[in-house]
Write a protein that binds this ligand. Sequence first.
Ligand SMILES: [Zn+2]
Length: 193
Amino acid sequence: MNASPKIAAPGDVLGTNEEFLSGEGTYEDEGKIYASVVGPVFIDDKELTITVRCKNPPVELQRGDHVIARVIALYDSMVLVEVLMRDGDDRAISSKDTSAVIHVSKIDRRYTDDIKREFRRGDLIRTEIIQVKPSLQLVTNYPHLGVIRGLCIECRSTLQKTNNGLVCSNCGRRETRKMADDYGNVRFRRRGE
Ligand SMILES: [Zn+2]
């Protein structure tokens, strides 16, 4: 695929699952393969596998760290996410288990009535770690925390922040999120920049 970026950032579309298998440093969602880390993109032509490799030593997650995570599933009282990287850091995360939860009471300072109005599966979010062991627990109840890139639940295109809230760039659908204060302006640091 000619359009593959040489250096990918989390959330970049690398291809489709009809072209490639999702390898290390990538994830698959609704037929598309996305980068989960910052790093160079490699395509194995024989295996048709696409990978993104971080070469710097991995980091240990600590309480108080801001991390970028992807929303995996929504439940009545919590959100299940996968931690992708530390915010502003391009190294891989050493912890094997990157699954984490955000309790409904820790999503926002105000009362959260319906989790589906705050997060949706596939969204990229910035969170803060409040507990590492025995399980990874995150919060988004500060203005700088929350969704940094939301996906339309109909067509999976990126939601754009407008004066009238979030609008799908493709189909025009309006949605709501617990947004980070810099939604739409987040730039992932890429190696060499
Ligand atoms: Zn849409």
